[in-house]
Design a protein around this ligand. Structure first.
Ligand SMILES: Cc1cc2nc3c(=O)[nH]c(=O)nc-3n(C[C@H](O)[C@H](O)[C@H](O)COP(=O)(O)O)c2cc1C
Length: 219
């Protein structure tokens, strides 16, 4: 039997992790958002400024609960199937503003990162493009249960890489980024639509789903 019902488009939240208006990561996030839309996804394009929050403080949390910015990020994460972050690298690691946002949101139950997929990209004026920061960013996200896509994209010498139309001036780099986004979309679509595949990514200890938990080393 055939059916002409189309599956719902993938829902993707995209944001750059820097606050400043001229952020090169905001530009890369805009390009990534455009590529997701061209792949057929529904895109929610956010800015880090949409999620203002103080530094995490357990006393503030006890007295007032999570700040509005953390609740806003939680809401937008809940809406999506997958998210993409374009993050600067600060001192070879994750910018404090992004780590702080992850910390606040991780305190909200149900913890929203656990059921999501993530694509990580970075832009930096340096020759390594902020790639070390993405390796550091994987740690809290994977700890929280996010399926972080193995492939990452880091744009080196980023201040000089954008064409006027917002795409990358170097056709090879533009193609590599487009292919990375498209491959991520296809893999997440498969996992979201065919639930039996989900456990292929990994099972992490403490995951309380109906299937029995196995040790990672058993794989
Ligand atoms: C506190 C701080 C630390 C930085 N550390 C690094 C670094 O380790 N590696 C790097 O490539 N760039 C580093 N930079 C430079 C940033 O890559 C550059 O400022 C970049 O433009 C920031 O991203 P944005 O344009 O999206 O704001 C650092 C910048 C700041 C402010």
């Amino acid at each position: 039997m055939t059916t002409d019902t189309q599956p719902a488009p993938l829902r993707v939240l995209v944001f750059g992790a820097a606050l400043r208006a001229g952020s090169v990561n905001a530009r890369l996030a805009s390009l990534v958002a455009r590529l997701f839309a061209e792949s057929g996804a529904d895109v929610d394009h956010a800015r880090m400024r949409d999620f203002p929050m103080p530094m995490y403080d357990g006393d503030v949390e006890d007295a007032e609960g999570p700040p509005r910015g953390a609740l806003a990020l939680r809401d937008r994460l809940e809406w999506c199937d997958a998210f993409a972050i374009s993050s600067p690298e600060y001192n070879a690691s994750v910018p404090g503003v992004l780590k702080n946002a992850i910390d606040w949101v991780s305190r909200i139950q149900p913890q929203p990162f656990k059921t999501k997929y993530a694509l990580l990209v970075s832009a930096s004026p340096s020759m390594v493009g902020g790639n070390r920061g993405l390796w550091a960013l994987r740690v809290p996200l994977e700890h929280l249960g996010t399926r972080v896509y193995p492939d990452m994209f880091s744009l080196a010498s980023a201040y000089d890489q954008f064409a006027e139309d917002g795409r990358l001036a170097n056709p090879g780099l533009q193609e590599r980024l487009a292919e990375t986004v498209s491959a991520f979309v296809h893999l997440v679509e498969a996992d979201v639509r065919y639930v039996c595949l989900q456990r292929r990514w990994y099972e992490f200890l403490g995951d309380r789903t109906e299937a029995p938990v196995t040790q990672r080393a058993e794989g």
